[in-house]
Design a protein around this ligand. Structure first.
Ligand code: GDG
Length: 734
């Protein structure tokens, strides 16, 4: 059993230096976290990534690789890799997911290369995977990969984590349909799709709802082959590594050196990879504003700006570098003088000790991304301040801002606000600095990168285990249920109608019960030991007309009306929202005449079964959004049903009505059958050992059992009826 991790970059680099192969391990938090998890759990680790070295060099050096895990470099054709990495990954996905749509350079060839590389990696995983292994795929380079792995290994536990933001539907939908479907279906191949924040998670869930028509229940989806959980897993850092480095000899020496260089001056610091998302030019403009608005700080402050070279082959990055450098020289030229350089700029990486020395020398860390999945620099700055000094100024557009509440929050475009906040931070008294740092450190110490990795991997296993929770109601399972039924003293059957007892038809009025079903319900209802209820979304008139003469109970309008002897309403109030909903739905029907509006007493439904599949789907997504906004705060539920959008009073609820009026009346066995979301409201109440829920057809469910179709429901009901006859006759019949 092992963990297979996939990321574009390997945590180790290999270069030839003085004709000898030299390995370097990255300081990345991901490697640290995974290694620590692997150590604690005892699962060995295999890491797959794209090699940035030659295969021949790897073959020679492989044995000397100084790591405690298996490294599986994948060697790509250079041309394909350029289109895959520089093209689709970084000139399309990166720009789009960070809300820079005008920076996208869309190319079909790049998409082809992206798919090819995802296929190559899927193949690699397939070669290595053994049952029992856990697969963890990272980031936007491999959005298609989870589904490709699922295809090859349907039973594999697969996690996917996105390190960058997931954009909202309005942004994501700009991609061609085949592309966006590939990406969304790709992620949905995993058992766990993790994001940094709930905003990202919600954006993803909205995209799958609007583009693929897949809805979730509590961010959980039941697919044909597996379950998918979505959720927020904010990444973090190795807190202790950063915290403990403060007193390292080399760090102390470097810090003294830096402090010595800027004696009498306050230091503002930032470090980023070169990227247009990081807001470096805004930051520079804010610093310039600050020096103009607060001239008393001139010559008393210095801005140490470090940019790490990144993606230099891509046009937008080259351009950004030029823009930043022009800006720096303009500011230094106009505001600096021969004794003082306001912005000290470095375009080179720094090693870990220098980074800590810089973090711990800085009076302010100024972090201003326009958009950032998380931003680890912010967390590292806080963790490294063992002296509890320094002030973090952080953009609200970074995922980290959701957690680091004691940072000074700024809007990255508001350069005037930033300049004021710099002025405030420079005079913040030490007790306030300490109090803020302490709170943030307490949080980061607890939620460190090891917590993150444990939480993520544990959740993959949990969701994976859930894969078997809904059992097919056949064979031994069915036999057990039948036995229970024949043994039970008093039994209750709760039966949904459409999609459960009656198959769907193009128009609701055509879906009516046949004589066979009526006979079946009649004979079941006549058994004094069995109470039978139809729990339906239909109107009471409809139920009365077809089932009124049977010896069974009826619930209409999803729980709004109940009939023992007489119909009784569970709702007593005026429904002011109904007119508005009817008006909105009617407009849709006026334009799209194949659809129809059904007005009920406690709700309104728009049926689109007869519309062209694709158009009906798109319109239903639009209508859903519109209704949700119009009905904000109204006491309603908006249901995205099977080819029907329905708005109903929240008390017209199958679960609540059954609980209040039908359940808890001395039944020894309860069996409920249902096929859609409103039935789930009832299933959620049926948790006891003798409370059996049965989902009809595919789709997410909390039910204990599943049958595949309406005819199977009839079959099971016939069998239950047979068992309701005397046990002796059942034996004889056998
Ligand atoms: C992506 C998302 C998300 C940088 N230069 C040096 C150096 N670094 C280290 C920092 C930090 C990391 O690189 C940068 O991480 P960020 O989170 O700030 O940004 P991205 O590279 O854009 O990362 C981001 C992240 O993935 C994780 O999910 O937070 O939102 O964009 O750890 O310290 N480290 C050293 N020398 C350098 O020159 N030693």
């Amino acid at each position: 059993m092992k963990i297979i991790t996939v990321s574009y970059r390997l945590p180790v680099s290999l270069k030839k230096e003085n004709r000898k192969p030299v390995f370097r391990q990255s300081d990345g938090g991901l490697a640290t976290a995974l290694l620590s998890y692997s150590e604690k759990s005892g699962y060995p680790l295999t890491w797959i990534g794209v090699a940035d070295f030659d295969e021949s060099l790897w073959k020679k050096a492989k044995k000397e690789c100084p790591v405690d895990f298996e490294l599986e470099p994948v060697f790509l054709d250079k041309h394909v890799n350029r289109r895959f990495y520089g093209g689709f990954s970084n000139s399309i996905l990166w720009a789009l997911f960070h809300y820079f749509p005008s920076f996208i350079e869309y190319s079909e060839e790049d998409f082809e290369a992206y798919k090819t590389v995802n296929d190559v990696i899927a193949q690699k995983i397939d070669e290595i995977y053994k049952p029992g292994d856990i697969i963890w795929i990272h980031d936007y380079h491999f959005l298609g990969l989870p589904a490709l792995v699922r295809k090859r290994q349907p039973k594999a536990p697969v996690g996917f984590f996105l390190h960058i933001p997931f954009p909202d539907f309005e942004m994501f939908r700009i991609l061609p349909d085949r592309t966006r479907r590939y990406l969304l279906e790709g992620i949905l191949g995993s058992n766990l799709a993790g994001f940094h924040t709930w905003d990202d998670t919600i954006h993803f869930s909205e995209c799958i709802e609007k583009i693929l028509g897949i809805t979730h229940r509590n961010f959980f989806i039941d697919r044909e082959t597996h379950h998918v959980q979505m959720g927020a897993f904010p990444i973090s850092i190795d807190f202790n590594k950063f915290h403990n480095a403060y007193y390292h000899e080399n760090v102390v020496r470097l810090r003294e050196e830096i402090r010595g260089l800027y004696e009498e001056k306050k230091i503002i610091f930032s470090v980023d990879r070169l990227d247009y998302t990081k807001g470096v030019n805004n930051r520079l403009n804010a610093f310039e504003n600050f020096l103009i608005k607060y001239p008393e700080w001139r010559e008393k402050v210095v801005f140490l700006l470090i940019i790490i070279p990144s993606r230099e082959g891509i046009g937008k990055y080259k351009e950004r570098k030029r823009m930043i450098e022009l800006n720096i020289s303009r500011i230094n030229g106009t505001l600096g003088n021969y004794k003082w350089t306001p912005v000290v700029y470095q375009y080179q990486p720094v090693n870990f000790d220098k980074l800590i020395a810089l973090y711990t020398s800085a009076d302010i860390a100024l972090i201003t991304p326009i958009r950032d999945g998380m931003n680890l620099v912010a967390k590292e700055y806080v963790a490294s301040r063992r002296d509890k000094r320094g002030v973090l100024i952080l953009s609200i557009m970074a995922g980290a801002a959701k957690e680091l509440q004691e940072a000074i929050a700024i809007n990255p475009l508001d350069t005037l606000l930033i300049s004021d906040m710099i002025a405030n931070a420079l005079v913040m008294d030490s007790s306030e600095q300490e109090a803020r740092m302490e709170k943030m450190q307490k949080y980061l110490r607890k939620y460190d990168v090891t917590f993150w990795a444990n939480d993520f991997l544990r959740t993959i296993e949990e969701v994976y285990r859930k894969d078997t929770h809904t059992l097919d109601l056949d064979g031994i399972q069915k036999e057990n249920l039948l036995k229970k039924f024949s043994k039970a003293g008093k039994r209750l059957l709760l039966l949904d109608l459409d999609g459960t007892l009656i198959p769907f038809k193009s128009r609701p009025e055509l879906a009516v019960p046949d004589q066979e079903l009526l006979d079946l319900l009649k004979k079941l209802g006549q058994d004094p030991k069995t109470d039978v209820w139809i729990i339906s979304g239909r109107s009471r008139d409809f139920l009365e007309k077809w089932f009124g003469d049977l010896p069974i109970g009826l619930v209409a309008e999803h729980g709004g009306y109940i009939r023992y002897d007489e119909w009784e309403s569970v709702i007593q109030e005026e429904l002011g929202w109904k007119n508005k909903v009817t008006e909105i739905m009617q407009k849709y029907t006026d334009i799209h005449s194949e659809s129809l509006v059904e007005i009920k007493e406690f709700g309104v439904a728009w049926h689109y079964r007869q519309l062209n599949e694709e158009r009906g789907f798109l319109l239903s997504r639009e209508l859903l959004g519109l209704l949700k906004s119009h009905l904000f705060n109204a006491p309603v539920q908006v249901i995205d049903g099977k080819k029907v959008i329905e708005v109903k009073h929240f008390l017209a609820h199958k679960g609540t009505t059954c609980r209040n009026y039908i359940l808890g009346r001395g039944h020894d066995l309860i069996i409920a059958f249902g096929d859609d979301k409103t039935d789930e409201d009832l299933f959620e109440w049926l948790t006891g050992e003798n409370e059996i829920s049965v989902k009809v057809g595919r789709g997410s469910t909390v039910a204990k059992y599943r049958v595949e179709s309406v005819s199977k429901v009839h079959e099971v009901l016939e069998e239950l009826y047979a068992r309701s006859l005397s046990p002796a006759s059942v034996v004889i019949n056998k």
